[in-house]
Ligand binder design. Structure first.
Ligand SMILES: Cc1cc2nc3c(=O)[nH]c(=O)nc-3n(C[C@H](O)[C@H](O)[C@H](O)COP(=O)(O)OP(=O)(O)OC[C@H]3O[C@@H](n4cnc5c(N)ncnc54)[C@H](O)[C@@H]3O)c2cc1C
Length: 297
């Protein structure tokens, strides 16, 4: 199907893009990688009268290390993250997430900023980055503001973004070694959205206890969540089978999935527990310096 007719703009600066958003209001949509917007336009789920292509704005691309943070431009493509040696070494959870998102074509075009702004409940970046200390920088006409990712996404397909705002940058704190992370996704077909996914990031104390732990759940509710009760059980204690057996039911209880063509509520809750164990064990192996391949279930 063809999209409805629209006007196309390609601003050269963030300010120009915001000006266009102000002028066209609800009728305008930002175009980043187009991997969600264009299919929605073709299916006429979205019919914006005005498309603002931000791909020519300098300064929104790529990523860089800045002290103890990874700064990711809104237009950074999934593939750039998947291929990065720096990310693989410092944030392997992100390598797992990027390499399991969609297929090669989508990964080459789709952007991290677009994925967060779209806030698909089954999206990989919203779920994966929630296990890390992630903040989102938003540009508006009054300047820029930075919000934690857990506040940025407020519901399914809904974020804090106002009508005259856009995402410019995402910042992720580099975890302090010894540390490890993993993102495990279960999909029905290769390249599909998740039936369920779990991200685990841990930092270890000198005695081997979990000094810091974060567990994120994807596709297990209207928006990604953290399994806080399970984190509380794990924090300060040394990982063991008994400890994981204590934490797993708490992870399952946190999951609030929907019955749909990808599976029943019971099935997805069960998956949440299984994926948690796999992600935790890969994260722990990585924290101990053991090589774990990028995770594909
Ligand atoms: C076949 C297929 C399979 C896919 N499988 C997966 C998958 O397994 N996992 C997964 O996570 N995703 C999947 N996707 C979606 C893909 O990851 C998209 O790239 C991503 O969801 C959106 O990023 P985008 O850059 O393409 O955004 P676009 O499609 O350009 O935009 C999406 C939405 O975000 C808004 N937006 C984009 N950038 C900004 C910005 N900087 N500021 C404010 N608003 C902005 C747009 O206005 C639009 O509303 C799949 C897509 C396809 C076509």
């Amino acid at each position: 199907m063809y999209p409805a007719e629209f006007e196309y703009f390609a601003p050269g600066t963030v300010d120009e893009a915001l000006e266009l958003l102000a002028r066209h209001g609800d009728e305008a949509k930002i175009l980043a990688g187009g991997q969600s917007l264009i299919p929605m336009m073709k299916l006429r789920i979205a019919s914006p009268r005005c498309v603002i292509d931000v791909n020519r704005i300098p300064g929104l691309t790529g990523f860089r290390q800045d002290g103890d943070r990874l700064i990711i431009g809104a237009l950074c493509r999934h593939a750039e993250i998947a291929q990065s040696a720096l990310v693989r070494e410092r944030l392997p959870l992100m390598t797992d997430a990027a390499s399991q998102t969609a297929d090669v074509q989508v990964r080459n075009r789709g952007t991290v900023g677009g994925s967060l702004a779209h806030a698909d409940p089954a999206g990989d970046w919203p779920a994966a980055l929630l296990a890390l200390e992630t903040s989102v920088t938003i540009a508006g006409r009054e300047g820029r503001r930075t919000v934690p990712l857990q506040e940025f996404i407020v519901d399914a397909y809904t974020t804090q973004l106002g009508p005259i705002e856009m995402v410019t940058e995402i910042a992720v704190r580099l975890p302090t070694p010894p540390c490890g992370g993993a993102y495990v996704k279960f999909e029905k077909r290769a390249g599909d959205f998740a039936v369920a996914s779990v991200g685990v990031q841990i930092e270890l104390a000198a005695g081997g206890q979990c000094r810091a732990v974060a567990i994120s759940l994807g596709a297990l509710g209207a928006m990604p969540t953290r399994a806080r009760a399970a984190e509380d059980v794990l924090r300060g204690r040394a990982p063991s089978s008994a400890l994981l057996a204590e934490a797993e039911p708490l992870v399952r209880a946190e999951a609030q999935p929907f019955d749909d063509t990808r599976g029943s509520v019971e099935y997805k809750r069960h998956l949440a527990g299984v994926l948690f164990r796999r992600a935790f064990s890969a994260a722990l192996d990585r924290a101990h310096g053991r090589d774990v391949q990028t995770l594909h279930v």
